[in-house]
Design a protein around this ligand. Structure first.
Ligand code: GUN
Ligand code: ZN
Length: 452
C-alpha cells in the first residue's frame, strides 16, 4: 500500500506568460455561449456584425461592432474578418498525442487494437527526440483544426510529458496532459511500477502543473492496466493535489467491461472501481462512458466528474453508441473529444458531425448550437475552467478561431442557402473540416493561418 507521502503538496509555480501587451480588435460575426442550450434559452450570444477586443492576451470585450467601435483608440487598426465567424477555440477533452502516427489503423475492436498498434507505437516515446517531433506535429495539427486546448495522454515515459509540455509552453497554449500510469496487463517495455508511476507523476506535477498555461492530469490508463497498489496511489495523488486533473477510460467496450468485472468481481460496476480508489472528483475526465447505468451516471454527477464523448473513435473501433438522452436526463457534464488515434479525425467539426449521427442512432436530435457548446463552454465547464477558456467573458484568455463558411466550393454554395444561425452552424458541423478554420489565436497571438 501507499508508502509514498504526498502531503507536502503545493508545488504550483505560477509563471504568467503574457503574450501580447497590445490592444487588438477583430471584426467578424461573433458567437459564444454563456449557458448550456439544452437547458437554457438564450444560452448563446451572437453578434452578426461583431467586434472582439483583446488586451494583454485576454478578452476585453465582445459585442456589436456598432456599439464597441467607439471604445477603440483613434488609429487602432481593426483586423477585418467580415464574412467569417469568430468563436472560442475548440476544446478536445480526450486525445493521445503519441498515437498521431497510428491514426487509421484497423483492428477488430479496442483490445486487439491496443495490443497490435498502440503499445508498439507508444514504446518509441522513451526517445525524447521522437517525442518532441511528434508533439510538434500534433500541436500544429490541433491548431490547424482550431483546437486550442486539449486533455492529452502522453505515454508511460516521463520524457514524453516533458516533450509535450515543452512544445505547448513554447506556443503558450492552455493544455492539460499527463504521464500514463500502467503496471500490469501490458508489455514489459511499457510498464512502470505502482511506486515509480506515482513518484514520477508527482515530480511532473511539481514541474509542470500551473507553469504558465500548463496543467497536469494524473493519468492511470484504465483499470485493467493498473494494479490495486497503483490505483490506490493514483487516488492518493488525486487527493493530495486536488487542483490537478485526472483522466482515464471507462466503459468504452463490452470486452473491456467484462475484463474489469473479472478483475474486480466485488465492484458494483466499472465506474465503481474508480470510485473505490477515490478518483471521482471535480476535474476528473472519464473517456467514452458508453456502457454506464443510471447509478454510475448519478455518482459521476454527485462527484462533479465529467464524461468525454468520443464518437469517431467509438464508431471506428465498434465500441458502441453513447446515450446522449440518458446523460442529459441526468445532467451529466459532457464534452466532445477526438480520442485520436482511436478517433479518425483531429477536427472537432468532424467530431460534431459524428456525434450528431450517434445521437440520431439513439433517437436523439442534437441541435448544432448544442454541438458547438459542447466543444467550447461545455468542455471548459467540465474542466472547471469557465471564465478562463471556452467563451468571451471579459478577462477570459483570448483563445479564438476564425471559421470560414466559404472555405470550400460546397460550403460556400450550401451556406449561402442557410436561413438561420442554427442552420449555418449545422452545415459547418456536417461539412466542415480543417479547411474551414481560417485562423487560430492562442492568448491573443496568431498560431495558425490557413494557406489557400
Ligand atoms: N483504453 C485504454 N487505452 C486506450 C487507448 O489508448 N485508446 C482508447 N480508445 N481506449 C483505451
Ligand atoms: Zn483514449
Amino acid at each position: 500500500m501507499a508508502n509514498t507521502d504526498f502531503s507536502n503538496s503545493a508545488g504550483n509555480n505560477s509563471n504568467t506568460n503574457a503574450s501580447n501587451t497590445e490592444l487588438q480588435a477583430y471584426r467578424a460575426s461573433v458567437l459564444h455561449f454563456t449557458c448550456d442550450p439544452a437547458f437554457h434559452q438564450d444560452a448563446h450570444v451572437w453578434h452578426e456584425d461583431g467586434l472582439l477586443i483583446i488586451r494583454d492576451g485576454k478578452v476585453q470585450a465582445a459585442g456589436d461592432y456598432a456599439g464597441l467601435k467607439n471604445t477603440l483608440p483613434e488609429g487602432l487598426s481593426v483586423q477585418d474578418y467580415r464574412g467569417k465567424i469568430i468563436l472560442p477555440g475548440f476544446i478536445d477533452t480526450h486525445v493521445h498525442y503519441p498515437q498521431t502516427d497510428m491514426i487509421a489503423s484497423s483492428a477488430p475492436g479496442l483490445l486487439p487494437w491496443l495490443e497490435t498498434y498502440t503499445f508498439p507505437t507508444e514504446r518509441q516515446f522513451s526517445d525524447p527526440a521522437h517525442a518532441s517531433e511528434v508533439a510538434r506535429f500534433f500541436l500544429d495539427e490541433l491548431l490547424r483544426c482550431g483546437t486550442t486546448t486539449a486533455m492529452v495522454y502522453c505515454t508511460v515515459h516521463p520524457e514524453s510529458v516533458d516533450a509535450f509540455f515543452t512544445e505547448s509552453e513554447a506556443r503558450n497554449l492552455r493544455m492539460v496532459a499527463g504521464k500514463v500510469m500502467m503496471d500490469r496487463n501490458c508489455p514489459e517495455f511499457l510498464r512502470d511500477t505502482a511506486e515509480s508511476g506515482a513518484r514520477e507523476s508527482e515530480a511532473l506535477i511539481k514541474k509542470w502543473h500551473q507553469r504558465g498555461r500548463q496543467l497536469y492530469a494524473i493519468t492511470p490508463r484504465f483499470a485493467p492496466t493498473s494494479s490495486d497498489a497503483q490505483m490506490h496511489l493514483a487516488g492518493e495523488l488525486a487527493r493530495a493535489y486536488p487542483d490537478t486533473y485526472l483522466q482515464t477510460h471507462v466503459a468504452e467496450n463490452t470486452d473491456e467491461v467484462a475484463w474489469v468485472k473479472a478483475l474486480y468481481p466485488q465492484a458494483r460496476s466499472y465506474i465503481d472501481v474508480y470510485d473505490h480508489f477515490g478518483m471521482l472528483r471535480p476535474r476528473a475526465m472519464f473517456g467514452h462512458c458508453i456502457w454506464l447505468d443510471d447509478a454510475d451516471r448519478a455518482r459521476m454527477v454527485e462527484t462533479q466528474s465529467a464524461g468525454a464523448i468520443c464518437p469517431t473513435s467509438n464508431l471506428f473501433l465498434g465500441s458502441g453508441l453513447f446515450d446522449f438522452a440518458r446523460a442529459d436526463a441526468q445532467h451529466l457534464a459532457l464534452s466532445l473529444a477526438t480520442d485520436v488515434g482511436g478517433g479518425t479525425s483531429f477536427c472537432m467539426l468532424q467530431t460534431m458531425n459524428e456525434a450528431y449521427k450517434v445521437a440520431r442512432m439513439g433517437g436523439s436530435h442534437l441541435p448544432a448550437l448544442r454541438l458547438f457548446y459542447l466543444a467550447t463552454l461545455g468542455a471548459a465547464r467540465s474542466m472547471q475552467l469557465e471564465g478562463v477558456i471556452g467563451n468571451f467573458v471579459a478577462g477570459a484568455e483570448a483563445d479564438f478561431i476564425v471559421l470560414d463558411p466559404q472555405a470550400t466550393p460546397l460550403l460556400a454554395r450550401r451556406t449561402a442557402r442557410t436561413g438561420s444561425l442554427e442552420e449555418l452552424l449545422f452545415v459547418l458541423a456536417l461539412l466542415g473540416d480543417d479547411r474551414t478554420v481560417a485562423a487560430t489565436y492562442a492568448a491573443g497571438r496568431q498560431v495558425h493561418l490557413r494557406q489557400n
